[in-house]
Design a protein around this ligand. Structure first.
Ligand code: G3P
Ligand code: MG
Length: 233
């Protein structure tokens, strides 16, 4: 079962920062998940629409200029990286899951993905783009049919993973609260990887491993690695 560091190793360092990505790599994570918004013509790595939880500034992220975003500090410590900075830092050392939180220009997205492959040592299959907005994924897939995409859901749909198959996704990413053995089996039958978020507790890691889940998103990859090491093969 793959271990994907959720917003980097966000239990150990401020989320979605180079520090958190470094800790994830140190922990031997198989992948790093990060969240992306477009500001002006740049893609930046940040989770929230509002600034209060993560920075000392109130208000909405979308109301800032790129220059203002670049002045912010996450928990007073780390800069908000651009997607290209994050890709250059991770440099092909593990899979990167780019979660689209807001609408992005597809050409801009594609240029970041090209930069990752051409300048940052990534193989194309190490770049997984996901979103809860399946329309954005569909647009990306139509313009770039070879792009690997993951369809996010918080619910367990009546027809299980049909939505992901329709998108020609590589994976379905489902909330730990709603994943079931039936959904996992359905995803596998459709040729999909099934990843589950966000999983930090040992009991959940054990249950999901036994369920045959392919990967988990965790804030604490070192802990998840230890839990998995203690389970029978
Ligand atoms: O991509 C998995 C997970 O990150 C989705 O939820 O809110 O943590 O971005 P969220
Ligand atoms: Mg996310």
């Amino acid at each position: 079962m793959k271990i994907i560091a959720h917003r980097g190793a966000s239990f150990e360092a401020p989320e979605n920062t180079l520090a958190a990505f470094g800790r994830a790599l140190d922990a031997g994570a198989d992948g790093i998940e990060l969240d992306v918004y477009a500001i002006e013509d740049e893609l930046i790595v940040f989770h929230d629409r509002y600034l209060e939880r993560l920075t000392a500034t109130p208000g909405r992220l979308c109301d800032l200029t790129l220059a203002q975003v670049r002045q912010l500090k996450i928990f007073g410590q780390q800069r908000i990286p651009t997607l290209n900075e994050a890709l250059a830092f991770i440099a092909g050392r593990c899979l990167v899951n780019i979660e689209l939180k807001g609408p992005v220009d597809i050409q801009r997205m594609r240029s970041c993905l090209d930069y990752a492959v051409q300048a940052c040592q990534f193989a194309p299959e190490q770049l997984l783009v996901s979103s809860f907005n399946h329309h954005w994924l569909q647009q990306l897939k139509r313009q770039q049919p070879t792009q690997v995409i993951g369809a996010l859901t918080t619910c367990c749909p009546l027809d299980y993973c049909v939505f992901a198959e329709r998108l020609n996704a590589w994976s379905v990413h489902i909330d730990v609260d709603f994943v079931t053995p039936e959904l996992v089996a359905d995803g596998h039958q459709r040729g999909l990887q099934v990843y589950v978020f966000t999983v930090d507790e040992a009991h959940d890691i054990e249950d999901l491993y036994r369920m045959g889940v392919d990967g988990i998103f965790t804030n604490h990859p070192a802990h998840a690695r230890n839990v998995l090491a203690g389970l029978p093969v």
